[in-house]
Design a protein around this ligand. Structure first.
Ligand code: ZN
Length: 264
């Protein structure tokens, strides 16, 4: 059965610079607290079940009912200060993907916060070490080093194995899956908007649906209730976006926003 994963980034109370990477490009993915709570309310109203955890998915991703998952990229401090509490109030847990070179920097999680989130039942995973802008274009050895270094840091912080990761920038290639698998990752999330879960050797690869700033309040609810229209729309926009990126250059971001926000 397909499993639908939502992808969030940072959440802020007053301004986007509070958490995570600081750039106009990063800000396009950050939700205000009001936007984030609206998305969660929509999901809670449309699903009776709690989100699944990737650690369960590694063991069992074929057969059974279609589940949904909540994932958050980058390792910004808002996972600790905002996101975790909101998820736990619903009895939910999520996935926190950490850019390990940023641990302890302003706006990012500290080792103690990562340990506490792990103890509270959230899945801590790797989002690479240095967050290369276009991960899939890195040489395979660099990809492997990014995963390996990031896993080592997280395993030192947590004291247990880490086998879940998400791709920075989201773009997927077979080389990305191979490098992750060789570095011991058993479940890898991309940002390709698909509910299909594919085995790549010893690594399971799952797509995700990105919730961006300005998304309709019911975007997540429509995704997790498997609205064929919204899923197909996101898939078509993503593929158009991939084609458009080299052509549009600096205006790419604005056009991508229009495609994904106005026509989710
Ligand atoms: Zn990222």
């Amino acid at each position: 059965m397909p499993h639908v994963s939502l992808l969030f980034h940072d959440v802020y109370v007053r301004e986007p610079g509070e958490s995570g990477f600081n750039s106009p490009a990063a800000d396009r993915y950050k939700l205000s607290l009001g936007e984030f709570e609206s998305q969660l309310r929509g999901v809670a109203a449309s699903r009776a079940d709690a989100p699944a955890l990737g650690t369960d998915l590694i063991a069992e991703h074929t057969g059974g009912a279609s589940r949904f998952l909540v994932t958050v990229d980058d390792g910004g401090v808002s996972y600790f200060t905002i996101v975790a509490d909101r998820l736990e109030a619903l009895g939910w847990r999520g996935h926190c993907f950490v850019t390990t070179d940023c641990i302890g920097r302003k706006g990012f999680l500290t080792p103690n916060q990562i340990r506490e989130l792990d103890a509270r039942g959230h899945v801590i995973g790797s989002h690479s070490a240095s967050h290369p802008a276009r991960f899939s274009t890195c040489p395979p050895d660099d990809m492997w080093r990014e995963w390996r270094r990031s896993r080592d840091v997280l395993e030192d912080v947590l004291g247990h194995p880490v086998a879940v990761a998400s791709v920075p920038g989201g773009y997927f290639s077979r080389a990305v899956a191979r490098s992750a698998s060789q570095a011991g990752i058993r479940l890898l999330f991309t940002s390709e908007p698909t509910a299909r879960i594919v085995d790549h050797g010893r690594c399971v690869v799952a797509g995700r649906f990105t919730v961006r700033a300005g998304a309709r309040a019911d975007f997540s609810a429509r995704v997790v209730s498997s609205s064929a229209t919204v899923c197909l729309g996101a898939w078509a926009s993503w593929n158009l976006k991939k084609l458009a990126k080299p052509v549009l250059g600096s205006s790419y971001g604005r056009v991508a926003d229009w495609l994904l926000v106005r026509n989710p």
